[in-house]
Write a protein that binds this ligand. Structure first.
Ligand code: SF4
Length: 324
């Protein structure tokens, strides 16, 4: 048994990590101490999914789509190392294989994606060159499509893959990685994020912009200036979604995040992480452990705290109803 105390939401929480809890997950379990856009989205989608990822830290198998996203992002980042006049389609496409090999050298387990029994369950573990070739070709298509949406010969990013972290007055730490930050000669800032999927339908655009407003809030708190424009570049469908935030937008996001963090803190202390089913359950890596689908989660690896008196909140009634 390992014990200690950790700060959660600005408060000290005593924890015990039980050696009897199952496997890898429990040996690494710890309370959350910061919030990123992805994990905030996880909690809003399903609190139990958040628990599996953040508290239990249950490993997830890499997927071909996510791995392709990593490779494409690396190409779009590194292309700017070349002089402006040399940032062309041919160079960018040729970088795909190089970035894949670079990633594979760091994470050799990714080779299993293309053994014939990785992506679709076929074969007996032999390397599937055709499958890998198709996957690389798709990555090259996505990279090429970017040139129809932006012109890298006319861009000089101020930052690429920028890690940002800010602590709000409440003590909540917000963090994330911004794909690209452009700064105009006038000083106006544009935050850019690349997506390898398709643009969402208009009714889901607010969800997509939540991540960008999160980054805008962090940059505002760090630098004192509200970014002028947020820009999502969808390589899958060839769309660009932009939004110009104002102070009211970002203050609203800050309030939402504080309410969200309060709900996460309460769930951490009480161990009450409720599953919330939805269309994305079909892609959930932890479905086999989910009670909604007949599974049993591993024992909760943190010490349960007595339930605190809960203040009424319009935003987060019992941790539910938090939407971007
Ligand atoms: S299967 Fe659905 S309800 Fe269950 S943990 Fe995953 S996202 Fe949540």
């Amino acid at each position: 048994m390992v014990s200690g105390d950790v700060s959660v939401g600005g408060r000290r929480v005593f924890t015990m990590l039980s050696a009897s809890a199952s496997g890898k997950a429990s040996s690494q379990a710890s309370p959350p101490n910061s919030l990123s856009p992805s994990r905030a989205a996880d909690f809003m989608q399903c609190p139990l999914l958040y628990r599996f990822r953040v508290i239990d830290k249950i490993p997830e198998k890499p997927t071909p789509a996510a791995t392709r996203g990593t490779v494409v992002h690396a190409v779009l980042e590194r292309l700017f190392d070349a002089p402006a006049a040399e940032r062309n389609v041919r160079r960018a496409r040729s970088m795909v294989v190089r970035e894949w090999e670079r990633l594979l050298a760091r994470r050799p387990e990714l080779a299993e994606l293309f053994t014939g029994d990785g992506e679709d369950g076929r074969g007996e573990g032999a390397a599937d060159g055709a499958e890998l070739a198709r996957w690389l070709a798709r990555a090259e298509e996505l990279v090429e499509r970017w040139f129809s949406l932006e012109d890298p010969t006319r861009l000089e990013p101020a930052e690429r893959e920028l890690f940002v972290e800010a602590r709000l007055e409440s003590g909540l730490r917000l963090r994330g990685i911004i794909d690209r930050v452009d700064v105009a000669p006038t000083g106006e800032v544009r935050i850019v994020d690349y997506k390898t999927g398709k643009a969402p339908r208009p009714e889901y655009a607010a969800d997509a912009l939540f991540q960008m407003k999160f980054y805008a809030l962090v940059l505002w708190r760090l630098r004192g200036t509200i970014p002028r424009r947020l820009q999502l570049v969808y390589l899958g469908s060839g769309d660009v979604l932009t939004y110009d935030p104002d102070e009211g937008d970002l203050l609203g996001v800050e309030r939402k995040l504080l309410a969200l963090w309060d709900a996460i803190r309460r769930a951490t202390e009480t161990g009450d992480w409720r599953p919330r089913t939805g269309p994305l359950c079909d892609w959930c890596a932890h479905r086999a452990l989910c009670p909604e689908f007949g599974g049993t989660p591993p024992p909760y690896p943190l010490m349960i705290q007595p339930r605190l008196p809960v203040e009424a909140s319009d935003d987060v009634p019992g941790g539910e109803g938090v939407t971007p």
